[in-house]
Design a protein around this ligand. Structure first.
Ligand code: GLV
Ligand code: MN
Ligand code: MN
Ligand code: MN
Length: 403
């Protein structure tokens, strides 16, 4: 065990999903809140006073010299998860932030600027559909009106769920004062692919995040009886939806570098002996060039309309979120690389709050090797040694930025 993995071991039992495997920690649910409490306790034990802001972001400041908070160096990540996710996506960045703080203190670092630790809510967008909701609210990348009206899969609005979690819905929205405190943001994250395995290196500096978005396709047909409806009489939206899933793959394959995924598909009402009346499916499309993403989605939408018509159905397409490709601040990435005495530089196809903050403040990321190369799955991995190396690397770059 290492100190970083000791921190993770303390939360290994929280939010386990006995049905799907792995972890399910929807934002503002009991497991995610338990981890937020755990993090607050760890900050408290270190003499920091965690505070949750009006957008649900937890902040704490190490500021031994009483400097103004404006322009601080901030590090952190998230504690919510996808359904059936791994142990490291989010929590590794939070545990490493705590460990890096300990290392800075052990090294006797005297910070010229404050160090902030931050935990963002709903990074995954697993509950309300829009990823990085906390950082989008903070920066004004989503309006509070739109955010508050978002619904979870049970039909609860973000406003109601947030209220039940103790937040005032009227408080959500752009917060320039909070943003002004962030002079630079560095997020450490488990790598979500095989880049570092292939490079045989424990830690990388991020260059960019591939642009990505989510679109909801609602396919409308005729709900009916599975036994009495002849095949030729059916208008089955699930059949049309199945063809749309295949078309998404075909269009992606015809546009090299595209990732198109349908990971969620919901027949309504959803009964074994019921032909669905509607199917909602969610398409996730990513490509380094935003024009390609737009063209791919347009082509999939065109084919979806055709395929739906072929089954006597109709389809509505709605964009739920989109964020263009983000290139992290090259000077900051360079500074991180130098502070580490050299490190590989990697792009990623995964989204992060760092990608939202990058439009507002100099932002950088570190990735820690994931031996399986698998993420958003229980098989996501990180060795104890690499987790510690990641924290040491984070401490190295923070020491440089705080000097
Ligand atoms: C979140 O991790 C995403 O990339 O969708
Ligand atoms: Mn993450
Ligand atoms: Mn994730
Ligand atoms: Mn993510």
């Amino acid at each position: 065990m290492s100190e970083t993995s000791d921190l993770l071991a303390a939360i290994a039992g929280t939010g386990r999903d006995t049905v799907r495997g792995g972890y399910s920690r929807p934002v503002f649910g009991p497991a995610e809140r338990e981890l937020v409490e755990w993090c607050a306790g760890e900050l408290d034990r270190r003499g920091l006073q965690p505070e949750t802001d009006r957008n649900g972001i937890v902040w704490a400041w190490w500021n031994p010299n009483g400097a103004p908070l404006e322009g601080a160096v901030v590090t952190g990540s998230h504690l919510d998860s996808v359904p059936g996710g791994g142990a490291f996506d989010g929590p590794l960045g939070v545990a490493s932030a705590l460990r890096a703080l300990d290392l800075l203190r052990e090294r006797g670092v005297d910070p010229a600027r404050p160090l902030g630790l931050a935990v963002f809510p709903e990074e995954e967008g697993s509950r309300f559909g829009v990823a990085c909701l906390g950082s989008r609210l903070l920066t004004g990348a989503i309006t509070p009106e739109r955010a508050l009206a978002l619904k979870d899969p049970d039909g609860n609005t973000f406003a109601d769920v947030a209220r039940a979690a103790g937040f005032d819905p009227a408080g959500f929205g752009r917060d320039d004062e909070a943003l002004a405190r962030v002079g630079a943001f560095v997020e450490l994250h488990v790598e979500q692919g095989r880049g570092l395995v292939d490079l045989d290196a424990p830690v990388a500096v991020a260059s960019s995040i591939i642009g990505h978005g989510r679109w909801r396709f609602s396919v409308h047909g005729q709900g009916n009886h599975a036994g009495t409806t002849l095949l030729e009489d059916r208008r089955d939206p699930l059949l049309a939806a199945s063809r749309i899933v295949v078309a998404a793959r075909e269009v992606a394959a015809a546009n090299p570098g595209t990732r198109a995924t349908v990971g969620r598909l919901q027949p309504v009402p959803g009964g074994t002996n019921v032909i669905a009346s509607r199917v909602d499916l969610w398409l996730d499309v990513r490509h380094p060039e935003d024009v390609v993403t737009a063209a791919v989605v347009a082509e999939i939408s065109r084919r979806a309309a055709e395929l739906a018509a072929g089954e006597g159905c109709t389809v509505e397409v709605r964009e739920e979120s989109f964020g263009g490709t983000v290139d992290f601040d090259p000077a900051l990435a360079q500074r991180l690389t130098a502070a580490l005495g050299g490190a590989p530089v990697l792009a990623t196809g995964a989204g992060h709050d760092a990608g939202i903050l990058a439009s507002h403040v100099p932002t950088a990321m570190l990735f820690t090797r994931n031996p399986t190369g698998v993420s958003h799955s229980p098989e996501e991995s990180c060795t104890d040694d690499d987790a510690e190396l990641g924290s040491v690397a984070l401490a190295d770059v923070l020491a440089d930025l705080l000097a």
